[in-house]
Design a protein around this ligand. Structure first.
Ligand code: ZN
Length: 100
C-alpha cells in the first residue's frame, strides 16, 4: 500500500509529502518504525515539472498583459495548484520501507 507503514499499515500523514526528499526518514506515528521512502525520483521529477508549470505560464502572462500584479496572481494560483498536484502525485506513488 502506498504512503503507509510497512509494519502496521498505518497511513503516513498527507503533509509528509511536502517534506520528502532522498534522505528523508519518517517515523510511524503508531508503532515508531523508521520508514524510508522509496521511488523518490518521481518527486524530484514532479518538482521540476511543477516549477516549469509556474514559470512558463507566468512568463507568457506577463508578456501578454504587461501587468506585474496580474502575473503575480496567476503565478500564485499556479504555485498552489502545482504544489498540491506534486504532493498528490507523491502521495499516490511513494512507498515506505523499514528495511533500508
Ligand atoms: Zn507503523
Amino acid at each position: 500500500m502506498n504512503f503507509s507503514c510497512d509494519k502496521c499499515n498505518q497511513k503516513v500523514p498527507f503533509w509528509e509529502t511536502l517534506k520528502i526528499d532522498k534522505n528523508h526518514v519518517t517515523i510511524c506515528h503508531k508503532c515508531g518504525t523508521k520508514l524510508y521512502p522509496i521511488r523518490t525520483k518521481s518527486f524530484n521529477w514532479g518538482f521540476f515539472v511543477g516549477f516549469l508549470a509556474v514559470v512558463i505560464p507566468g512568463e507568457i502572462t506577463y508578456r501578454l498583459t504587461q501587468s506585474l500584479g496580474y502575473t503575480l496572481i496567476v503565478a500564485l494560483s499556479l504555485t498552489i495548484t502545482a504544489v498540491f498536484g506534486v504532493a498528490l502525485y507523491t502521495y499516490k506513488t511513494t512507498s515506505f520501507t523499514s528495511n533500508f
